[in-house]
Ligand binder design. Structure first.
Ligand code: UDX
Length: 444
């Protein structure tokens, strides 16, 4: 079996673009297709649609050699042996996923089946989607050319996506075809990771179960942080000691203002919806979501308790993306927290190393979803020190590395009232109090 493939990746979003660039880096010929023409033009000129460490370098290295971009999916399908589907599956109100784009791809594959193709779903999809793709292709194909369908869920994290692609904890291949299994094993042959081969339904469920479990871990520690607040204990030490038990593990035990991003909130909703559809009420996950929501209001309430009146007070908010090393603000806890401050009538100085452009779309008075009232001041700052100037409170919402190097003596001179609200438990409470700050964190 040949080791290099002609691969088509459908969808140039976070999952698709990273996969396309990395498959090219592994030596395959890759065509990355998206129906957003502007995005495709930009990518051809190596302009990225989002920030992701190391992606630009790998894109520049491979573009126009092993990697090409196109908006013509039909042509791309004809030229490819393996088609990875990484299109968006946006959520409906009830938590179910809109799978229209996946169906469209399946129909186009059916119409352009000019030789054996392997269609691999990489998007996070509800169980049974792989089988639906198969049925759709069988229904619409106009010849009897063979094809296979597989599920190969993607577990990469934003901000660490390239690393996660090349050093995954595991690779999951869901298929009932040994030919498909061998092709996928061959594509990933230079990556050292355990490969789990399952049927398609199981592979699809692994992705939902993994994300939901991680979200559960976060909500569990956040619930314990609430108990720590009430009991006068320190959640950081509780988490450290718990995490040293290998059965628990230390990762995903950082208490904070809750999880955000486009995956956990959406995937959790989708899993609850899916379970209900299958006949199981996944109440545990509903509680995970409730704890996550509460975590943001608990934090705002603590700040309110300390400041008493928020109206007309100047608050610096440092860190707006849902986590460090990304400019992504989708479902970021900062959105709800900043909006609470806006509703209270605070004056805001906002700063983030990467997501100010996104923040302007949400919070500037011209933004579509903005709650900013006429005359209310919301400033988008260029750096940390201009953001904290004359503030009554500085709030940390994302644990960017650069925040850990902050000169708190300098910050104290610039602030009106030295008050730190640490939404990610980044700082040493004792040290800050020794410098003269009032400090609130999460569960400590
Ligand atoms: C997640 C999964 O980790 C990844 O496997 C999947 O493919 C996509 O969803 P991502 O959304 O990029 O990845 O972010 P992740 O690093 O997992 O963090 C998710 C959220 O949880 C962030 O808001 C982060 O701040 C929060 N988090 C994480 C905590 O609050 N505490 C923790 O201990 C860990």
């Amino acid at each position: 079996m040949k080791e290099r493939y002609s691969i088509c990746v459908v969808g140039a979003g976070h999952v698709g673009l990273v996969a396309a660039v990395c498959f090219a880096e592994l030596g395959n010929n890759v065509l990355c297709v998206d129906n957003d023409k502007k995005r495709i033009e930009d990518l051809t000129k190596t302009i990225l649609p989002f920030f992701e460490p190391e992606l630009e370098e790998l894109l520049k290295k491979n573009v126009k050699k092993k990697l090409r971009f196109s908006h013509n999916l039909a042509e791309a399908i004809k030229k490819s042996d393996v088609i990875f589907v990484a299109v968006g599956t946006p959520p409906y109100e009830d938590g179910s996923a809109d799978l229209t784009s996946i169906e469209n791809v399946a129909r186009l594959v059916a119409k352009n089946l000019n030789g054996y193709k392997l269609i691999v779903s990489k998007s996070t999809v509800p169980v049974h989607t792989g089988n639906k793709i198969k049925e759709t292709i069988l229904r619409y194909r106009n010849n009897h050319t063979n094809f296979d369908v597989a599920s190969n869920p993607e577990f990469l994290r934003e901000g660490k996506a390239i690393y996660d692609f090349f050093y995954p904890d595991r690779i999951v291949i869901g298929t009932d075809s040994s030919k498909a299994e061998n092709i996928l094993k061959s594509i990933y042959s230079s990556i050292k990771a355990p490969i789990i081969v399952t049927d398609i339904n199981t592979a699809e469920l692994i992705k939902h179960a993994s994300n939901s479990f991680l979200a559960t871990k976060i909500s569990f520690i956040n619930a314990v942080s609430k108990i720590c607040d009430l009991a006068g204990a320190d959640i950081s030490k509780v988490a450290l000691a718990m995490g040293l038990d290998k059965r628990i593990g230390k990762d995903f035990l950082n208490a904070g203002i809750g999880y955000g991003g486009f995956c956990f909130p959406k995937d959790l909703e989708a899993f609850v919806w899916l379970s209900k559809k299958l006949g199981y009420d996944f109440e545990l996950l509903k509680e995970v979501k409730r704890i996550n929501e509460q975590q943001k209001s608990n934090f705002v309430n603590k700040i309110k308790d300390s400041m008493w009146i928020i109206k007309s007070k100047r608050i610096a908010v440092l860190g707006l993306s849902f986590k460090p090393d990304t400019d992504d603000m989708r479902f970021a806890p900062s959105v709800d927290i900043v909006n609470s401050f806006i509703k209270e009538g605070a004056i805001l100085n906002l700063y983030d190393p990467e997501s100010i452009k996104e923040a302007k779309k949400i919070f500037s008075s011209k933004g579509k979803s903005s709650l900013v009232k006429k005359g209310q001041q919301v400033k988008f700052c260029k750096d940390i020190y201009s953001a904290v100037k004359d503030c009554d409170c500085v709030c940390f919402l994302t644990e960017w590395k650069q925040f850990r190097k902050i000169d708190f003596k300098k910050v104290k001179k610039l602030m009106r009232i030295p008050f730190v609200a640490d939404g990610r438990n980044m700082f040493d409470k004792v040290k800050l109090e020794a410098l003269g700050y009032s400090y609130i964190g999460i569960g400590r």
